[in-house]
Design a protein around this ligand. Structure first.
Ligand code: SIN
Length: 500
């Protein structure tokens, strides 16, 4: 089969390598260069039941609980059962995971995991190690790599995806297209995602008519250094013993949740935001008890960056703030990455497999990319869903409005004649479709987003802007449709926004 993979993070590279190994003719298209993705920035690691005292069943339970019960049991089972095989494949690809003295995989602890089960490489440089190893493999394989190609549209003919059209108008035909472009962190004014993460795959799928779901569930990472360019301070640092303190030095998470700093990510992020708003200053992450040696050895990337910014974190606490980090929803797929559009697959953060529910468990994302990237490649010869897709009912009861652009404009839609500007969209999403949402704010956001016209997609930036607008409308509409809080989707009354 001729197969196009779009995107060069762990999910896309894994899918391309596996499809190549299965004898397919694979073309890998990336907007920038291979490895320019969220994967390369990932610090935590790859979750999995790799050691004694742990099991896939426990990992599945933690995944379901962190997702506020909204996850899909079948998909979660595929994820956790696939962990051992995925880590073996990564080791075979040349990723040197850190080992403990007994030679077993060193396993870190992160929030909402009942066991230490995060395999890491280079301390906190796991994503960079994976990205480099897989990129080397791909370049040594028969996969045709085309860098600097921005996919503008999917070619759909007789209800089936037949290839892609790039921004320069060139059409490339294929029997199957796998979308692996990551999420959409650039929807927000503050994000841990690199600048190229503009929701491209989700926008492509929406324009082609594939179903999307769970777009209201956006994860905000609680501990991001907000001073200058946002820089992630891994949850693994809290797993190793660092604590959060308010301006008075008080460890406030103890009152927020029995697991304190290791509560599910959405709980910690909201608590951090509330405390910062109440004291009009950022809260701090205090890692001083860990000592300079452990900090430098276990977290060399963070250590170097903090020093570069003049923060000596073995002696002083680090000011942190939440930032948009991960999209739990995306293009609806089955457990083999098949979307509702024959000939189209989606993997990694682009996909909504159902594994993350309403809030992703830490370090399940690299695992998802590895497991479902391979599964999608394995399923390429079966291009249609093996069952009829029934759209998920929306909380508002109208399946057609779920994440689609068909939703009617509400509020002052169309009247403010806004000229589209990316920074305005990012601010709007941050303020109204962010960590804490109100019905009024969501209505306003939906109206304003629909009042903006997408810029003519004549350049890379304009195409990215159009994609961001498409995805922003879908995220805001899905958020408005879900009137009750669940996981990362948190709706409060306006009066409570500072105190909720
Ligand atoms: C982190 O290292 O805190 C991020 C890991 C993740 O997003 O799962």
């Amino acid at each position: 089969m001729n197969v196009i993979v779009v995107g060069g993070g762990i999910a896309g590279l894994t899918a391309a390598l596996r499809a190549d190994a299965l004898g397919h003719r694979v073309t890998l298209l990336v907007k920038d260069v291979i490895g320019d993705s969220c994967t390369a920035c990932a610090q935590g690691g790859v979750a999995g039941a790799y050691g004694p005292g742990d099991s896939p069943a426990l990992h599945a339970l933690d995944t379901l609980q962190a997702g506020d019960g909204h996850g899909d049991a079948l998909a979660i089972t595929a994820l956790v059962d696939g962990a051992a095989g995925a880590i073996d494949e990564l080791i075979a690809a040349g990723v040197a995971f850190d080992r403990s003295a007994d030679g077993l995989l060193a396993r870190g602890l992160e929030a909402a995991h009942s066991r230490p089960r995060i395999a890491h490489a280079g301390g906190d440089a796991t994503g960079a190690a994976i990205s480099a190893a897989l990129a080397r493999r791909v370049r040594a394989s028969s996969v045709e790599v085309r860098e600097g190609v921005f996919v503008a549209d999917l070619l759909v003919d007789s209800g089936r995806v037949r290839g892609i059209r790039s921004l320069d108008g060139v059409e490339t035909h294929a029997d199957g297209v796998i979308l692996a472009t990551g999420g959409s962190g650039q929807l927000y004014a503050h994000t841990t995602n690199p600048p190229g993460i503009t929701g491209d795959g989700i926008a492509l799928a929406l324009r082609a008519g594939a179903a999307v779901a769970d777009l209201e569930f956006v994860q905000f990472h609680p501990t991001v250094l907000g001073d200058g360019a946002p820089f992630l301070v891994s949850e693994a640092v809290r797993g190793a013993g660092a604590v959060l303190r308010d301006a008075g030095g008080h460890r406030f998470m103890l009152e927020e949740h029995p697991d304190a700093e290791l509560a599910p990510r959405d709980v910690v992020a909201r608590a951090v935001a509330r405390r910062a708003a109440a004291q009009s200053a950022p809260v701090v992450l205090d890692a001083t008890a860990l000592g300079a040696e452990i900090l430098a050895e276990r977290f060399p990337t963070i250590d170097a960056e903090l020093r570069r910014r003049g923060i000596e974190w073995s002696r002083q606490p680090v000011p942190v703030t939440p930032a948009a980090h991960y999209l739990m929803g995306g293009v609806v797929t089955d457990v083999d990455g098949r979307t509702t559009l024959p000939g189209l697959w989606a993997v990694g953060e682009t996909a909504r497999t159902g594994v993350h529910g309403a809030n992703r468990l830490a370090s399940n994302s690299l695992l998802e990319g590895a497991v479902f990237g391979a599964r999608a490649a394995e399923s390429l010869t079966h291009h249609s869903l093996p069952y009829e897709y029934v759209p998920l009912a929306t909380p508002a009861g109208d399946p057609n409005s779920y994440g689609s652009e068909k939703r009617v404009v509400v509020g002052n839609g169309g009247q403010d004649g806004c000229v589209f500007e990316r920074t305005a969209l990012q601010r709007l999403m941050w303020e109204h479709v962010g960590l804490m949402r109100t019905e009024e704010g969501l209505r306003d956001a939906v109206a304003r987003l629909h009042a903006w016209s997408p810029p003519p997609a004549t350049s890379r930036t304009a195409q990215e802007d159009a994609n961001l607008l498409t995805v922003a409308r879908a995220v805001a509409s899905a958020s408005l449709a879900r009137t009750r809080s669940l996981g990362a989707h948190f709706v409060v009354s306006p009066a409570l926004i500072g105190a909720a």
